[in-house]
Design a protein around this ligand. Structure first.
Ligand code: PLP
Length: 405
């Protein structure tokens, strides 16, 4: 059973006040709040298990390594990877994309090759590819979106040729909430032997993701957007691809042996985890995933869909509100403009009412260029938000309008 009261009690920060008002946190696409079990797990780790992983023979190091590797298994099961060695811990989504762009790119991308990304991508799924293209004299092309914020599939097909080596798209757009049809995108790319990286930063926390069923080549996401700590993320890659890729960084832990004549690299996944990893973050991610698994992602999805539909309808009643991004399939992200009020001004006033929303370009400037705007106000929901909070948001927006007229 989905008990919203109990769920909200699991997140201590939700009961705090901001400027004397109840906190209404609607910036979940930027980062999510943490449940008590994750906070307690981190505290327990520092109180009882802290030692560097994969290093020493002593008790604490062994315990800490076991926790770290157990978290890897939790993540493997969560996204249904075939092997734990396909799960690489990174600093986050950005770090994971840079890893692939650098390592896969170094080995496989040549002059004149084409990389496709959607026009709606987050900067972190554009810039690393742009940098790769500059290094390799390859060509970055964008797949256009339509005016609803959906990837234009016909244009995508037109762009696919044998020259395309990588297609990198988000499962869900962070600025618009569009759920992209990644299954179809992957299938088509594979017909041209292109590899596909899916940026799951805004998808993995909302619905069940099965990387084997999707048949994506790479899948990346961030811990902090799925109720875990910051500074931890995941790169999933197909084993045979990761095997062929050179290490991204050199250092301790990623080697079997080192001499000045020759260094032999460690097997997967450690080959890509140079230096002391963020084992605390990894354990927190394992714990966060156990938490949402116990609530059940299907229950979460059902609740979040109801909440998103409510928000979409309710916001329609706010005069002069123009939604940006009206895709047929969306998560709980609503981007909008309020008359000619600058999003930043609206955000500041909402903040004083205890309502946290994001304003600006959401690290997706090409999306803003597409719509010819400077930015939006974005409300993004998690499964601990409520319809009452959405009502408060609408009242807050009316207050903003009154102040400006
Ligand atoms: N991709 C998408 C779709 C995102 O929403 C974000 C963050 O907002 C990122 C990538 C970058 O994530 P991080 O900053 O955790 O690396």
């Amino acid at each position: 059973m989905f008990d919203i009261k109990k769920i909200r009690d699991d997140f201590p920060i939700l009961s705090r006040k901001v400027y004397g008002k109840n906190l209404i946190y609607l910036d979940n696409a930027a980062t999510t709040q943490k449940p008590l079990c994750v906070i307690e797990k981190i505290s327990e780790m520092y109180s009882s298990f802290n030692a560097n992983v994969h290093r020493a023979v002593h008790f604490l190091s062994d315990a800490s390594t076991n926790e770290y590797e157990a978290a890897r298994t939790v993540i493997k099961n969560f996204i249904n990877a075939e092997k734990s060695s396909e799960i690489i811990f990174t600093k986050g989504t950005t770090d994971a994309i840079n890893l692939v762009a650098f390592s896969y790119g170094e080995r496989f991308i040549e002059k004149g090759d084409v990389i496709l990304v959607a026009e709606s991508e987050h900067h972190s799924n554009i810039v690393p590819w742009q940098m790769l293209c500059q290094r390799k004299h390859a060509i970055l092309k964008s797949i256009p979106i339509n005016d609803k914020g959906e990837i234009d599939f016909d244009k995508y097909i037109e762009l696919l040729t044998e020259k395309v080596k990588i297609v990198a798209v988000a499962q869900v757009s962070n600025s618009l909430g569009t759920i992209n049809d990644i299954r179809k995108i992957i299938e088509k790319a594979h017909e041209f032997n292109a590899k596909v990286l899916i940026d799951g930063a805004q998808g993995v926390q909302h619905f069940k993701t099965d990387v084997q069923e999707l048949n994506c080549d790479f899948y990346v996401f961030s811990g902090h957007k799925i109720y875990a700590e910051t500074g931890i993320g995941v790169l999933y890659g197909k084993h045979e691809l990761l095997e062929q890729m050179p290490p991204y960084q050199g250092g301790g832990d990623m080697i079997k042996s080192v001499s000045f004549a020759k260094t032999e690299y460690a097997d997967l996944p450690l080959k890509f985890e140079a230096g002391t990893p963020n084992y605390m973050g990894a354990v927190s991610l394992g714990e966060a995933i156990k938490y949402i698994t116990q609530i059940d992602l299907e229950n979460i999805q059902t609740y979040e869909t109801e909440l998103a539909n409510y928000a979409e309808e309710k916001l329609e009643t706010v005069e002069n509100l123009k939604k940006i991004g009206t895709a047929a399939k969306k998560t709980g992200v609503v981007s909008f403009q309020l008359g000619n009020i600058h999003p930043y001004d609206a955000g500041m006033i909402l903040d004083k009412l205890g309502i946290a929303v994001r304003t600006g370009t959401h690290c997706a400037e090409p999306v803003m260029h597409h719509f010819g705007i400077l930015g939006t106000i974005r409300a993004s929901f998690a499964f601990y938000n409520t319809k009452e909070e959405i009502d408060e948001l609408c009242l807050g927006l009316l207050r903003v309008q009154k102040m400006f007229h």
